[in-house]
Design a protein around this ligand. Structure first.
Ligand SMILES: NC(=O)c1ccc[n+]([C@@H]2O[C@H](COP(=O)([O-])OP(=O)(O)OC[C@H]3O[C@@H](n4cnc5c(N)ncnc54)[C@H](OP(=O)(O)O)[C@@H]3O)[C@@H](O)[C@H]2O)c1
Length: 504
């Protein structure tokens, strides 16, 4: 049975920010409408600028109307009563006494039982100091695992940490240490909203609730796997941020490696958070370190050139002159374990590409013996089966297989079976943040990242980020056309291996 969300106060540091307005509050409102929030629930937003509860609620009403998938003024009125604002500088210790009093008052009036869910929705530079202030103010009272108080009656304090989680392996480890000094690992929720997206859970169900996939889900039958997250949009007005970040940090280290983990992990013994995480950690740890010598043949970085609609990335205001920040990245990774030895995973992401697409493509090998080599085939010959788990632009699962064309003489072609999940079930995807927030209130970490996953993820991409990647960045400026599938070198990366991207 799925555990219900516990009563709690959600404390959002960064209340007046973009993420809170566009994602967090609309997602919470959706969860309220769907009946997924606990009955005793309060939101306390913290940021420096002065405003009243009523002012903040009015601002949020406008963004919920714009960003939530549904709007009902009456339901918003009901929901917004649980939202309050607390002006203060979270980097300074002084405000925490008053913050604690305010939360205690909420416990008394709403029955939130001392349970706290802190959400760090501020600039990453503030994470460590806020965690330290929380500790100094003794806001973490949760008994440790070995505490004798019954877990069902004692209050809990958990923390959700936004991405980016560090900017390299070292800084991620440092942040993990800072968090670990104050919170138990089981109370640290490193959020990756991609894990709230349907693709991850769809993969779990597809792989482990069907008997037809798992037996062939290995190097004997699978030639390679492609994970793509491409966007048609450019970097918008977040140029300064993006110039510091780039495609590997923004997408591959975080989101795509998580999708990879779900696609590549061993079957967990149950779908509990602990078991799933154990398997994810194992597979991320099994990633073969990319050597200096491998970097040029295993990675392609690119930057988009000018088009009629938008200037080149390097020419955008806010981007450093001559910047070599990548807006496109394609990496080839190997997993050194029995399941995947010899079957590479290709991860690709980019801005201003031909289409918005998020998908996992599982390319099976061709049959060991081709009985039909002299039979006409519309595609020129028998192809390996292909399974596509698509999350954007549509939620679909597609399976390509070989078939006989009706009639005489014997001719062959490939056909694709398609399950359009939204059409089939008449339900649209919901904003990923909502279910993730509810999971944190339920104490379910299965869709959150463990410390080791984060650090191993950084270790896997570091060779493509640091000075060893100089060769990849040399002459990179403006090297792929907007609206294309990225630099020609990305196609070469596949061609050298006798493969091609799924771009049709
Ligand atoms: N926006 C997104 O779509 C998105 C997506 C993924 C991850 N993230 C991550 O989420 C975090 C927030 O992003 P954002 O886009 O919402 O940033 P933002 O719009 O710049 O908001 C930052 C918030 O922090 C508050 N703040 C700054 N210093 C503070 C302090 N000393 N004490 C209390 N509040 C303080 C600001 O309000 P005051 O100035 O009033 O204090 C503001 O509310 C970042 O780490 C970002 O990387 C954002």
């Amino acid at each position: 049975m799925i555990r219900k969300a516990d009563p709690c106060v959600l404390v959002i540091f960064g209340a007046s920010g973009d993420l809170t307005a566009r994602k967090l509050i609309p997602a919470l409102y959706e969860m309220y409408i769907l009946g997924n929030l606990p009955e005793a629930f309060r939101v306390l937003g913290v940021s420096r600028r002065a405003k009243s509860d009523a002012q903040w609620r009015d601002e949020l009403a406008a963004s919920v109307r714009e960003y939530a998938t549904r709007w009902d003024a009456v339901r918003w009125q009901e929901f917004s009563k649980c939202i309050e604002y607390f002006p203060g500088d979270a980097a300074q210790g002084e405000m925490y006494r008053a913050l604690a009093d305010r939360m205690a008052a909420m416990d008394a009036s709403a029955g939130t039982r001392g349970n706290r869910l802190f959400y760090l929705s501020v600039a990453p530079e503030l994470y460590e100091s806020i965690v330290q202030r929380i500790d100094e103010a003794a806001l973490v009272t949760e008994g440790r695992r070995w505490c004798s108080i019954d877990a069902s009656t004692r209050s809990w304090q958990r923390i959700i940490v936004e991405k980016p989680f560090g900017h390299d392996e070292e800084s991620a480890a440092s942040l993990n240490r800072a968090l670990g000094r104050v919170f138990e690992e089981e109370d640290i929720y490193r959020i990756d909203h991609y894990l709230g997206k349907e693709v991850v859970q769809a993969m779990l169900v597809l792989r482990f609730a069907n008997t037809m996939f798992e037996p062939v889900w290995n190097h004997r039958y699978i030639d390679h796997v492609q994970i793509t997250a491409s966007e048609k949009v450019g970097v918008g007005n977040r140029t300064g941020f993006y110039d510091q970040t780039g495609a590997i940090r923004d997408m591959i280290q975080s989101h795509l490696l998580q999708i990879f983990a779900f696609a590549a992990m061993e079957p967990p013994t149950s779908i509990s958070a602990e078991e799933i995480r154990t398997e994810k950690i194992k597979v991320v740890r099994a990633l073969r370190p990319t050597t200096d010598a491998d970097v040029p043949s295993h990675g392609v970085l690119g930057q988009y050139a000018a088009s009629a609609e938008e200037g080149a990335f390097v020419d955008l205001p806010g981007v450093a002159k001559g910047s070599t920040t990548e807006t496109f990245a394609a990496l080839k990774l190997h997993v050194d374990n029995w399941r995947w030895a010899g079957t590479p995973f290709y991860l690709r992401t980019g801005k201003r590409m031909a289409a918005k697409r998020t998908e996992v493509v599982v390319q099976f090998k061709r049959p060991a013996a081709d009985l039909f080599h002299d039979i006409p085939h519309a595609a020129g010959g028998v192809r390996g089966n292909r399974l596509v788990i698509e999350i954007a632009p549509m939620q679909r699962t597609l399976l390509r297989f070989e078939t006989k064309v009706p009639g005489m003489p014997l001719r062959m072609d490939s056909v694709e079976m398609q399950a359009d999940l939204e059409k089939q079930f008449g339900v649209a995807a919901i904003e990923a943040y909502g279910p993730l927030l509810v999971d944190a209130m339920r104490g379910d970490q299965s869709l959150y990242k463990h410390r080791i996953e984060v650090e191993s993820g950084w270790a896997a991409v570091m060779p493509f980020l640091d000075q060893r990647s100089v060769g990849l960045r040399r002459g990179m400026a403006s090297n792929y056309a907007q609206g294309s599938w990225g630099p020609a070198a990305a196609d070469d990366l596949m061609r050298r291996d006798g493969r091609a991207w799924h771009d049709d």
